[in-house]
Ligand binder design. Structure first.
Ligand code: ATP
Ligand code: MG
Length: 238
């Protein structure tokens, strides 16, 4: 279980304090899928980065299974089973796909094991394991590889930042099926897509660095306005 208590994050920009997250209080229980949604710039990625330790909170507390993890390193959080798949996957010069799989999972994989992992995201291992993790991979390929690596880590807390970004519509059904099979852990997905919101146990809506609505899917989904392309458009406060 993950608990966020009175979390604030501010930066200094042009000499002035800018509040990015304001008094966030959230509880994420095990074996559930939480989807965080909200307009661009509302603070979703920042929240995940603070949970992972990539950005440092200004104040507040983050408890993971009762342990205060607010001040421990990214590596220590990873060792506790916390994973984060970036909105924009990072590239690693000089590293191949197979190296990343082995390093991220602390296991040595043979071709058949790599095939099992990569086929989950629709990639054929033979075509990819020797590819360099650089910008010659397409955006969608990088996103799939990062997803596969995060899934292979079998974390206790998995965070996915807009996993659908760059993934073609043909693969969308498989993607949602992957998340539905993740129930053994706590899963937080940031998404704007209705089809991802529809697999949530609970939905959290953020706006201007605050949580403005949260609750089970049946309660929250009807209050969100989704446009014809299945993306969140505006909040219907009525
Ligand atoms: N280090 C920083 N310095 C200044 N502003 C920042 C910093 N980090 C984040 N921000 C700002 O904080 C706001 C929240 O950013 P964040 O990336 O969390 O948004 P988001 O909800 O993930 O948006 P999107 O849907 O576009 O991915 C944005 O306005 C962003 O420009
Ligand atoms: Mg974001």
């Amino acid at each position: 279980m993950l608990e966020i208590k009175n979390l604030n994050y501010a930066v200094i920009e042009n000499g002035a304090k800018k509040n990015i997250l304001n008094d966030i209080n959230l509880t994420f229980k095990d074996n559930k899928i939480y989807v965080i949604t909200g307009h661009n710039g509302s603070g979703k990625s920042t929240l995940l980065k603070i949970i992972m330790g990539i950005a440092q909170k200004t104040d507040g507390q983050i408890l993971f299974n009762g342990q205060d993890i607010s001040n421990i390193s990214i590596n220590e959080r990873a060792e506790l089973g916390i994973s984060y798949a970036f909105q924009q996957p990072v590239t690693f010069k000089g590293l191949k796909v197979k190296d990343l799989l082995d390093i991220a999972t602390s296991e040595k994989h043979n071709l058949s094991a790599m095939c099992d992992i990569l086929s989950k995201v629709g990639l054929c291992a033979k075509d990819y394991i020797d590819r360099a993790l650089d910008d010659k991979l397409s955006g969608g390929e990088l996103k799939r590889i990062e997803l596969a690596v995060t899934l292979a880590r079998k974390g206790k807390l998995n965070m996915f930042d807009e996993p659908e970004a760059g993934i073609d519509l043909w693969s969308f059904e498989n993607l949602t099926a992957l998340f539905e099979n993740l129930k053994g852990a706590t899963n937080i997905i940031v998404s704007h897509q209705k089809r991802i919101l529809e697999i949530a146990d609970e939905i959290i809506l953020m706006s201007d660095g605050k949580v403005v609505l949260q609750g089970n899917r049946e309660k929250v989904l009807p209050k969100l306005s989704i446009n014809a392309c299945g993306r969140l458009r505006e909040v219907n406060n009525g």
